[in-house]
Design a protein around this ligand. Structure first.
Ligand code: ARG
Length: 296
């Protein structure tokens, strides 16, 4: 299966691709040991030692309750001491479903400080019967799971971000192993170091993006495969992580509080924003999408 990097190589329409059920389950990891203790993205600068743990715990609980209110009861893993970023559970795996079987690709974290997080998630997914697939030794480079690799809602098509945390060279393996095309999006602004900081899928036809985080070729690819592209403004994207929103059901959009323009645009398009405070987690460069993993 191909890895596509240019609009001119897209010789299919999304509707012609095989369907793939959207994941409906949510996993979250407790923030008991969440802290900013090192700087591995620009948002963390100036925040070492400043996390208010009890506020963080409250914000995490509110996010969990928001999922519950829309009918999704998250599974929960306990955060581990010494792993201050483990709460960002989108990054250690990429779940998939193929031929009625579920599995996860295990990440190879770019930051050495985060490498030990992966085993906790491998254990969780094995315990619920998922196959765990490490990247082969022959495939060089790092990979940060659903931080960078995001499924197109309802279709067997993967969007693959690269440039900061994930190497483009890992995607041919994933494309081959699953038999799905991967559309590559190069990230060009270090404030948007994961694809999930600038690209939030809403439904099969719609996506919310911050266009300034992509190359021209990337923006063209997004427009080629989504009918409706909603843009978030620079300030809301950069400081409030507007595009790290999560739409688990094609209707509700869980999003950091205060993304006024983005929310207006979402409402106009028929979505229902649910505003949440994640500012303790923004200190570490993460918000809603990073704090959960979707699986089948
Ligand atoms: N401090 C974490 C890191 O830099 C934040 C991860 C946020 N996760 C995400 N999916 N964007 O790795």
């Amino acid at each position: 299966m191909p890895v596509l990097q240019q609009r001119s190589y897209i010789d299919f329409s999304v509707e012609a691709l095989p369907t793939m059920p959207a994941p409906r389950r949510v996993l979250m990891t407790t923030p008991a040991h969440f802290e900013v203790v090192y700087v591995i993205n620009p948002h963390m600068e100036g925040h070492i030692g400043t996390v208010d743990r009890s506020r963080a715990q409250g914000q995490w609980q509110d996010l969990k309750s928001a999922y519950e209110r829309i009918g999704i009861r998250p599974a929960v893993i306990e955060g581990s001491p010494g792993q201050p970023d483990m709460v960002f559970c989108a990054n250690q795996t990429l779940p998939f479903t193929t031929g009625g079987k579920n599995g996860v690709f295990l990440s190879r974290m770019e930051a050495p400080q985060r490498r030990d997080e992966v085993t906790h998630y491998a254990r969780f997914f094995s315990s619920i019967g998922y196959t765990t697939v490490p990247l082969p030794d022959a495939t060089a480079g790092s990979f940060e799971g659903m931080g960078d690799a995001i499924w197109h809602p309802g279709r067997a098509l993967l969007w693959g971000g690269y440039g900061y945390r994930t190497d483009a060279g890992v995607y041919p393996f994933i494309a081959e192993r699953l038999g799905v095309p991967v559309v590559l999006l190069e990230l060009t602004d270090s404030d948007f170091y994961h694809l999930d900081t600038c690209f939030s899928v809403l439904d099969e036809r719609s996506v919310l993006i911050y266009p300034g985080a992509f190359t021209q070729a990337g923006v063209e690819l997004i427009h080629a495969l989504f009918e409706r592209v909603i843009e978030a403004p620079d300030d809301e994207s950069r400081t409030l992580f507007a595009c790290n929103a999560h739409c688990p059901d094609g209707r509700h959009v869980l999003i950091q509080r205060g993304c006024r323009v983005t929310n207006e645009r979402l409402r106009e398009a028929g979505y229902e924003p649910i505003e949440l405070d994640t500012d303790e987690f923004l200190k570490s460069g993460g918000s809603v999408f990073c704090m959960k993993q979707m699986y089948w």
